[in-house]
Design a protein around this ligand. Structure first.
Ligand code: CTP
Length: 485
């Protein structure tokens, strides 16, 4: 046992030196020496090195002294003397080195007030600083002193927790979370990203403190939700959000989908779990976080539209329309961008049932043309969403739907090649119509344009100028219009 311990320490030492191969660490080490302060790499960089999670995008340095002074000294010693950004209120400073953000902070003791994230800060020792970190796996530090370069400082057995795959707070979790409630979301985000579990006491404290999430800004909340959504199995995170009660504060539209109602022996499915299954399915096929958002939200309109009808059972009439309106309100509430990304999610939610109808039926060319016309550039993503939406446990239905979607996808390519309706521009413009019939802007122009569009989508005429021109003459005549002589 002792041997194993010694061996693992030995290995750990070897490994950690390798973490500090980049020349930046010796520059920081030299700079710290010049200022006569101790400096350590801490947090995510160390954690991700052990977990072999790819190259770091940021590095956190803690100085036992002024982080700002150390940052300035490091900048002086770097070849291009990069700009140091100083955040006086927080006592931190940041500089960029080869696209990596390096953040410097003086070791601190922090205490927070009840109603704010802004801490009261005093200087402290490295242990004080490690104490105030969120999780044991994020409190690991590597010494940058040249005589102990790469030595690990792990007062809370963070290494062991990394091995076990557990998230646990260094201090009493009630203190850690009430100090900074964002950490409750971070726990769940890390659990989802790393496929870790949350220690029982830590989890109980999240449940207990969940309402404190209200003091956290929406931007920070969205950052964490996006990280959960971007993980390989997002349901892990959303189930934890639900279990701890956080979900009702941050995404009440999803909480509202939970549950199965039964009237006269008729049940509907639990749309919360269904939505999570859809997100997990889509995560296997796309990294596009907005498409994952669409999967998460595709059924949110079902809660407000749910009705029971004695003859047909449960209905969710026009839930896609309701859902797409809710997307706007949800994005607005969370201060997410109300731009083309929001419109993309809205459109996918609005159209989320369209291909399903096709998959139930014989797939006709005209139905596919209409789908391509309405979905435009989003048609492929819409198909990916609908395929992910197949969560039936009936194997016959499962393969029938998938086969039909395969046919739809093939037809989309075929129809596209022939009719080019994806970003449909009618071959006849309003001006053509006005010129031919000597018209001023009027209702008739819209009627004729519409007839041409419908005829093309229905496959009655091809999408070309000559056939559309002939139809324009015929439709004009029907409206009693005279050709311009
Ligand atoms: N930290 C903390 N409490 C927070 C945020 C951060 O204790 N609410 C500490 C942790 O020690 C964390 C370090 O600050 O490791 C750096 O934070 P950050 O860069 O936000 O997160 P990382 O842990 O690096 O993870 P990621 O880059 O995936 O966000």
């Amino acid at each position: 046992m002792l041997n194993t311990y010694v061996n693992s320490i030995f290995l750990i030492q070897m490994n950690y030196k390798a973490a500090l191969n980049s020349p930046i660490f010796s520059i920081i080490s030299k700079s710290a020496k010049a200022l006569n302060v101790d400096a350590y790499v801490i947090g995510g960089f160390v954690r991700d090195f052990i977990l072999k999670r790819g190259t770091a995008k940021d590095i956190d340095i803690v100085a036992i002294g002024s982080g700002i002074e150390l940052a300035k000294e490091v900048a002086k010693n770097l070849p291009n003397s990069p700009k140091v950004q100083v955040f006086k209120t927080y006592g931190t400073a940041m500089l960029r080195y080869n696209d990596i953000e390096i953040e410097f902070v003086g070791a601190r003791r922090e205490s927070y007030t009840e109603d704010s994230r802004n801490p009261k800060v005093e200087s402290g020792t490295l242990t004080d600083d490690q104490n105030r970190r969120d999780f044991t796996i994020n409190a690991l530090a590597l010494n940058l002193d040249n005589t102990r370069f790469g030595d690990l400082l792990d007062p809370f057995n963070g290494i062991e927790d990394l091995e076990k795959g557990v998230l646990v707070t260094p201090l009493d979790p009630d203190i850690t979370f009430s100090d900074d409630p964002l950490r409750m979301l971070r726990a769940i985000r890390f659990a989802s990203q790393l496929n870790f579990y949350i220690d029982k006491t830590t989890l109980a404290a999240i449940t207990k403190n969940s309402s404190r999430i209200k003091i956290i800004t929406n931007e920070r909340i969205v950052t964490e939700i996006n990280k959960i959504l971007s993980s390989s199995k997002p349901s892990l995170g959303f189930l934890l959000l639900e279990e701890t009660g956080l979900l009702q504060y941050i995404l009440p539209e999803l909480s509202a989908l939970k549950g199965i109602d039964e009237i006269e022996g008729q049940k509907h499915k639990d749309n919360f779990y269904h939505s999570l299954e859809v997100v997990d399915n889509i995560a296997k096929h796309t990294d596009n976080v907005w498409l994952r958002w669409a999967a998460l939200l595709h059924d949110i309109g079902k809660a407000p539209t749910k009705k029971f009808n004695k003859k047909i059972g449960w209905t969710f009439h026009a839930h896609e329309f309701e859902g797409s309106k809710m997307v706007y309100h949800l994005f607005k509430r969370l201060k997410m961008p109300l731009n083309d990304k929001m419109k993309y999610v809205q459109k996918l939610v609005l159209m989320s049932s369209r291909p399903i109808v096709l998959a139930n039926d014989i797939v006709t060319d005209s139905a596919v043309r209409r789908l391509v016309f309405d979905a435009g550039d989003y048609v492929d993503d819409l198909m990916t969403l609908c395929e992910a939406d197949i969560t039936t446990k009936n194997p016959k239905k499962f393969s029938k739907y998938h086969n039909n979607f395969k046919i739809v996808r093939e037809k989309i390519i075929e129809v596209e090649a022939r009719d080019q309706v994806r970003n449909f521009q009618p071959p006849i413009t309003g001006e053509d119509i006005m010129k031919l019939f000597n018209l001023k802007p009027s209702r008739e122009i819209g009627v004729i344009k519409d007839k041409i569009k419908e005829a093309i989508l229905e496959g009655e005429i091809s999408n070309n100028y000559d056939e559309a021109y002939q139809l324009m003459i015929n439709e004009g005549k029907k409206l009693g219009l005279k050709l311009n002589s």
